[in-house]
Ligand binder design. Structure first.
Ligand code: 5GP
Ligand code: ZN
Length: 113
């Protein structure tokens, strides 16, 4: 989709730090690292947010979250992880292409909530 920053990242038109990719999605480091390893899981097919997705692609997306998330926790030695997903401006969505935040938590982090 034109003027969608995540579509441009998926197309390789804007650089990103990719940590995982398959036919359906990419996982990239968030440009703002809330904690070390803060990752965005982004389906390649454009949709505005989860509220606009059909259940089949949404199910495909979420079926991959546990594997990607647990790999990040293991690789970075995190103690846990917040998994967040914002839908519409009122809920904090700023980029209108569906994405899931994976935010590793560490015993020494500052305890944001
Ligand atoms: P939202 O607020 O929509 O749930 O999350 C959007 C996220 O995208 C924010 O955490 C923001 O830091 C991240 N973001 C915005 N622009 C870029 C970009 O160009 N590259 C990357 N890697 N992340 C971005
Ligand atoms: Zn898009």
């Amino acid at each position: 989709m034109e003027n969608c920053i995540f579509c441009k990242i998926i197309a390789g038109e804007i650089p990103s730090t990719k940590i995982y990719e398959d036919n359906e999605l990419i996982a990239i480091l968030d440009i703002t690292q809330t904690t070390k390893g803060h990752t965005l899981v982004i389906p390649k097919a454009h949709s505005r947010n989860l509220l606009a997705m059909e259940s089949e692609p949404a199910g495909q997306l979420f079926s991959k979250i546990p594997g990607i998330a647990s790999q990040i926790v293991k690789n970075l030695g995190a103690s846990g992880m917040n998994i967040l997903q914002n839908n519409e401006e009122i809920a904090g969505q700023t980029v209108f292409h569906t994405h899931v935040h994976l935010i590793p938590r560490y015993t020494e982090d500052d305890g944001f909530s």
